[in-house]
Design a protein around this ligand. Structure first.
Ligand code: FUB
Length: 506
């Protein structure tokens, strides 16, 4: 029985041809694909990807295996999908199943392929058992075998003691044949030289500085003598060029004249996407550069059900060293959205707690997205250590709109009446602007079981606000949070583009 099981684990999976009309590449929700690492071999562009298998509503990286995509022309939309090319426990005798995080396949000068893979050590007393193993194969699809069977090449114990989470490896073979590995997460970035065998740590392990806002997912590459480090950054704030909120990441980059720096921050390559992470890799293929990254845009997608996308990436060679132009993320054409009475998406949102704390995101109020297990940036909120007795959120339109109903989806992690955490409001009501704020009479439900709807006599206004009374006692109030707030017109709403700038106040 065991050999049969092992054979099944090691057997190459059957590839399938996939035809896309745009991003994400795998979009039907059968296979989610994450953490893309592109590789060019001959006339083929390969993308190594992890696979998210979290059930809907589970916020965790459930990742058991790696998979591959390949194409001979990204513009054709024709890809080959090779599911399940490797699993941690099948390749590394010292690894436990699961947590098949972001890896990279690199073709060595010996013509063989090397898979750098972060996996969990099955045993050991490391505080964090993530470690980086290297496997080798004759082709990207495998079969893969451990190239360093005595254990990982990088862990909290090897080649020197470190206390970081050892994931997200990226490897460069320089023109002189020297090999460098970069890795790290949670703001801690490391680099080290490997021996020309692609496996043996040469050292020393170096702390990389200069990559402003580095959070995770380094991607090393070289172009025209300059070294470039792409990475997921998060230096949140209302004026951040990278991310307005804490959990989202942008893809930023730094450049250096040598593999070990000094690194200079150069800018943002990709703004935050629909998933909190976007883990990117870039490559030149048939004379054109491409950025691969992941989003939550596939059917049923989410922050833990991500899917690989690819878009052209251009260089500005008029500056020295050449700069990467910001990539415009694209999506497959979607059918027109169903008719709706909701005109909130064409409004500008604001709130009483300006600036909104960076774990929340005011734009989530009217982005049309309701998630089964929302994270803080999927909502507006006002939780702090001392919460106010009331708060408001407001919409402002460029011209008057007529409304006769509104629906709010409250978020709570504490029960109704709580004086701590985030709880449903004790009460709420709407007000519209008519030379001053006028209350709107209606019945205002306060549950957290889906949208809470209030209907009212039509009002015509440019500004609407929801005033929320916090639950709790006189001196201690819970915070408030709203995932989505709809403003409904009496009939189907005519599409009205949201202006680029906030319309004048009412
Ligand atoms: O996929 C698991 C982790 O999420 C990766 O290691 C990170 O880069 C982020 O994409």
């Amino acid at each position: 029985m065991i050999p049969v099981l092992l054979a099944a684990l090691l057997a190459p999976s059957t590839p399938e041809t996939v035809r896309t009309t745009g991003n994400p590449i795998l979009s039907d929700g059968r296979y989610y694909s994450t953490d893309p690492a592109p590789l060019v071999d001959g006339d083929t562009l390969w993308i190594l990807a992890g696979r998210d298998e979290a059930p809907d509503g589970v916020n965790d990286f459930i990742m058991n295996e790696w998979q591959l995509l390949s194409t001979k022309d990204p513009a054709s939309g024709v890809w080959r999908h090779f599911p399940a090319i490797a699993r941690p426990e099948a390749v590394f005798a010292w690894a436990e199943p699961g947590r098949a995080y972001a890896g990279q396949i690199v073709k060595g000068r010996d013509g063989r392929f090397y898979l750098y893979a972060p996996v969990l050590q099955r045993e050991g007393d490391a505080r964090d058992r993530f470690a980086i193993g290297v496997a080798v194969a004759d082709r990207p699809t495998g079969p893969w075998r451990d190239a360093h069977p005595s254990g990982p090449i990088i862990s909290q114990q090897t080649p020197v003691a470190n206390d970081i989470q050892n994931i997200d490896p990226s490897v460069l073979i320089d023109d002189d044949g020297r090999v460098y590995i970069y890795w790290g997460t949670f703001g801690r970035l490391r680099a080290m030289e490997l021996a020309p065998d692609m496996v043996t740590p040469k050292g020393p392990e170096q702390i990389v500085t200069g990559a402003t806002g580095f959070f995770e997912a380094p991607w090393i590459m070289k172009r025209r003598g300059t070294y470039y480090l792409l990475y997921a950054a998060n230096n949140a704030g209302p004026d951040s060029p990278c991310t307005p909120t804490l959990y989202h990441a942008c893809q930023a980059y730094a450049s250096a004249p040598s593999p070990m720096g000094p690194w200079t921050y150069r800018g943002v390559v990709l703004r935050p996407v629909s998933s909190t992470t976007s883990h990117a890799g870039a490559v030149e293929y048939k004379g054109r550069w491409y950025l691969t990254y992941h989003t939550a845009d596939a059917k049923g997608g989410g922050h833990f059900r991500r899917s690989v996308a690819i878009d052209p990436m251009d260089w500005d060679d008029s500056v020295s060293p050449p700069a990467i132009r910001a990539v415009t993320p694209s999506r497959a054409p979607a059918p027109p959205p169903p008719p709706t009475r909701n005109i909130a998406p064409s409004a500008w949102a604001s709130a009483s707690n300006q600036p909104v704390p960076v774990q929340y995101w005011i734009a989530a109020l009217n982005d049309g997205k309701v998630r089964s297990a929302p994270l803080p940036p999927d909502m507006w909120g006002n939780w702090t250590r001392a919460n106010p007795a009331s708060a408001w959120i407001a919409y402002r339109w460029p011209r008057p709109v007529t409304l006769n109903a509104s629906r709010i989806r409250f978020f709570a992690d504490h029960p109704a009446g709580a004086g701590e955490g985030v709880a449903p409001p004790a009460a709420w009501h709407l007000e519209y602007w008519d030379g001053g704020w006028k209350p709107i009479a209606g019945t205002y439900p306060t549950g957290t079981d889906g949208f809470q709807e209030v209907r009212f006599r039509p009002v015509t206004t440019r500004c609407l606000r929801a005033v929320l009374e916090a639950s709790g006692s006189k001196d201690r109030h819970a915070g408030l949070a709203v995932e989505e707030w709809e403003a409904l017109s009496p009939g189907i709403a005519k599409p009205m583009p949201r202006p680029d700038a906030m319309p004048p106040s009412c």
